[in-house]
Design a protein around this ligand. Structure first.
Ligand SMILES: Nc1ncnc2c1ncn2[C@@H]1O[C@H](COP(=O)(O)OP(=O)(O)OP(=O)(O)O)[C@@H](O)[C@H]1O
Ligand SMILES: [Mg+2]
Length: 251
């Protein structure tokens, strides 16, 4: 699909901007560091230890794929790495900040400006159009349409959604919904995008297109990506693959 091809003028996280923020923030190229992450869930009297000591480091510019069996704790780890859930033990440094030391407000601000999350399920707000869904993080951040309108249009075109922006999510195919979720993740020019099975509900061809797109976002925009997938073929698009095995990340 030609609309998924590279367009270097979108104003996403560019190299210049990476340099300045990276130096200023003091994380020296290591965007994420998770150390000794343990997570247990208690259901009634049953305690299940899902993560048993995960150590993981994500460098600027990487595209890391996380593989692992269903129920192995991949989503749980991604939520903890992005500050959506908290670990039972261990620490996460995201963009130079220890997530246990920052306020909810600071974390919310980082989520609006510095990183994005594409969920495994229920990505879009059903009663908002594609355009409203995609611009939601910008609206919540108090940005003006005059600042972002043109760039959002460019991103929607880049993702092949130029003619779908006034549709509601239920009027879109699964692939279009996933691409709309990726568009929403991109509009804030994040340094990192966390993606939980972005191709999970797609057929082979749509899945391949989304992977090509992610590879392009990583290579030409320099956006660092961390993606959970079940597919070895999709993991091959990444620059590095790790596996969730017995509550730890290996590889
Ligand atoms: N809030 C919760 N309460 C209790 N158990 C939970 C909770 N969240 C996750 N779990 C359990 O933790 C384990 C890991 O779940 P998780 O969603 O991280 O797996 P996953 O590797 O992402 O699986 P899948 O590939 O199917 O998405 C599962 O056994 C799940 O049932
Ligand atoms: Mg999962």
């Amino acid at each position: 699909m030609s609309t998924l091809k590279a367009d270097k003028n979108l104003g996403l996280a560019g190299e210049e901007c990476e340099e300045i923020t990276s130096k200023g923030a003091g994380y020296r190229g290591e965007l994420l560091k998770a150390s000794g992450i343990k997570k247990s869930f208690v259901t009634g009297s049953v305690v299940s230890e899902v993560l048993k000591g995960v150590d993981f480091s994500l460098k600027e510019g990487e595209f890391v794929a996380i593989l692992g069996e269903s129920g192995s704790g991949k989503s749980t780890f991604l939520y903890i790495a992005a500050g959506i859930d908290t670990p039972t033990e261990g620490s996460v440094r995201l963009l130079g900040k220890d997530l246990s030391e920052i306020s909810d407000k600071q974390l919310a601000e980082m989520r609006r400006r510095d990183f994005s999350f594409v969920y495994q399920f229920d990505n879009l707000v059903p009663n908002l159009t594609v355009l409203e869904n995609v611009t939601l993080p910008l609206v919540l951040d108090g940005r003006k349409e005059s600042e972002y309108g043109e760039r959002v249009d460019e991103i929607l075109t880049y993702l092949g959604l130029g003619d779908r922006k006034n549709n509601f999510p239920r009027q879109l195919s699964g692939g279009e919904q996933q691409r709309a979720a990726i568009a929403r993740a991109l509009v804030t020019s994040p340094k990192i995008i966390f993606l939980d099975e972005p191709t999970g509900s797609l057929d082979k061809e749509r899945g391949r297109q989304v992977m090509e797109l992610l590879k392009d976002i990583n290579q030409t925009r320099g956006v660092t990506l961390i993606m959970v997938t079940h597919s070895e073929a999709h993991a091959a698009y990444a620059t590095r693959t790790v596996r969730m095995e017995d509550g730890r990340l290996v590889g």
